[in-house]
Design a protein around this ligand. Structure first.
Ligand code: FIX
Ligand code: ZN
Length: 436
């Protein structure tokens, strides 16, 4: 960040332009992504064909695809063929005005490919990406996006991923930090946990499950453990009798609440690890789109369950984001009342300019700077460019009136203080919460 003019005292007239400039400049922390390092080979997604086959775009493509392009046919095609179809359907035959489409255009513009875009020259765009040297390209994207570091999602029970961590961990750029993903625990999926335990030679018991979490926390040294919960997640789980759990349990071992209370929480307490939760994804709502990760819908989550969990385990820190717009107000109130809970980002179906604007305003009004205004959820490296560019702009515009109002009341604000606030909202409050 530039250092000039930091003592400049802002006025209601100058604060707007200053804020919009500084929000573009501030170095952010991206607290949740699906990015992986170049050393993980094909798991690291980058380039135009990955950008065009991002699940947000494939889902959109099927709304306009010719009837003869069935899901089966599409997913049987090569990445290049899929990307050709999406380009033709969403960028050539109509204007790319949706948020995900605009994201591709912003990204290409930021990479200096305006001419190829104007000519709809997909071949030329591919040729540009083919010339990049990967390690340099990664660094270049982080620098251009002004992202200090991003947190990955590391799933230990996915063999393709695990092979990059053991017996020896591959090198990981300091731009990426780790997160231990444990959806099967929050889902109460004891069968899949047992499979993972078996592979590691651990006992298929609660102690074995704890050992598994300790082992992978030792390998990753993660920022936090994390999970997206099932859309109907409840804590505590409904009474066993009501849900016929005893019958199921005879086969299924432990339930979600038991796994949380007896394995996840104790290990997190022992290792001082926070738990990050993502609430409200309705997995497999449209299974036809599952091959590209686009099959999930949204459901209103039970925010009271989150509140109950935080209250029951005050020594554990929780991070949270919710997918449903309908949950946002209730969640903001819970965050204001709960010291061990930190709110982050506008997730997926909420990561649209109109919703980011609305959420930033509501959160600022109720939480001040004590939240993290955005995370990217990027799966493809270059998405860092558009997701952060777009969010910086919207968040900046949403904040201007609050500062103008403050200054009109005679509050004295320097440029340096303004930059401090922006830093808090885009990573500083997260780090402060984690360090507390
Ligand atoms: O659960 C998650 O981490 C979600 O973000 C993903 O499952 C989802 O596919 C996604 O990429 C949303 O942006
Ligand atoms: Zn995600």
């Amino acid at each position: 960040m530039r250092n000039t003019g930091s003592q400049e005292v802002l006025t209601p007239e100058t604060v707007g332009p200053a804020l919009l400039e500084d929000v573009r400049d501030v170095e952010v922390i991206d607290v949740h992504t699906h990015l992986l390092p170049p050393s993980h080979g094909k798991l690291m997604l980058w380039g135009i064909d990955e950008l065009l086959t991002y699940h947000y775009l494939v889902s959109e493509y099927f709304m306009v695809a010719p009837a003869e392009i069935t899901h089966e046919l599409f997913f049987a095609k090569t990445k290049l063929e899929q990307s050709d179809l999406v380009w033709q359907g969403l960028f050539v035959e109509r204007s790319p005005i949706s948020e995900a489409c605009q994201g591709v255009i912003t990204t290409l513009q930021r990479l200096g490919l305006e001419r190829q875009v104007a000519d709809r020259d997909l071949r030329g765009i591919r040729a540009w990406f083919a010339q990049q040297s990967l390690d340099e390209h990664v660094e270049n994207i982080f620098r251009l996006a002004k992202v200090r570091y991003a947190v990955m999602t590391n799933i230990p029970y996915v063999e393709e991923e695990a092979q990059h961590w053991q017996p020896e961990a591959k090198p990981v750029t300091s731009r990426l930090r780790k997160a231990l993903r444990i959806d099967n625990f929050l889902k109460g999926d004891w069968a899949s946990i047992c499979e993972a335990l078996k592979k590691e030679g651990l006992d298929e018991t609660m102690d074995g499950a704890k050992e598994y979490l300790r082992k992978w926390a030792g390998i990753y040294k993660p920022e936090y453990m994390m999970a997206s919960t099932p859309h109907d997640w409840r804590y505590p789980e409904p009474a066993a009798a009501a849900s016929m759990k005893p019958l199921v349990k005879a086969y299924a071992g432990f339930g979600a609440s038991e796994l949380l209370e007896e394995a996840v929480v104790p290990v997190c307490e022992e290792l001082s690890l926070p738990i990050a939760l993502k609430l409200g994804a309705w997995r497999g709502m449209s299974p036809d789109l599952d091959p590209c990760c686009g099959g999930d819908g949204v459901a209103s989550a039970d925010v009271a369950s989150l509140q109950a969990l935080c209250a029951k385990f005050p020594k554990v820190k929780f991070l949270v984001t919710v997918l449903s717009r309908a949950n946002q107000h209730e969640l903001t109130v819970v965050c204001q009342k709960t010291r061990n809970l930190h709110l982050y980002g506008c997730w997926w179906y909420c990561n649209n300019p109109s919703i980011i604007e609305e959420l930033t305003k509501m959160r600022t009004e109720m939480l001040g700077t004590a939240y993290t205004a955005q995370h990217s959820d990027c799966r493809v490296l270059e998405q860092l460019l558009y997701k952060w560019d777009h969010s910086r702009q919207i968040i900046g515009e949403a904040l201007v009136p609050y500062y103008q109002r403050l200054l009109r009341k005679g509050w004295r604000l320097t440029r340096e203080e303004l930059r401090r606030d922006l830093q808090l909202l885009l990573g500083g409050s997260y780090e402060a919460f984690m360090a507390r």
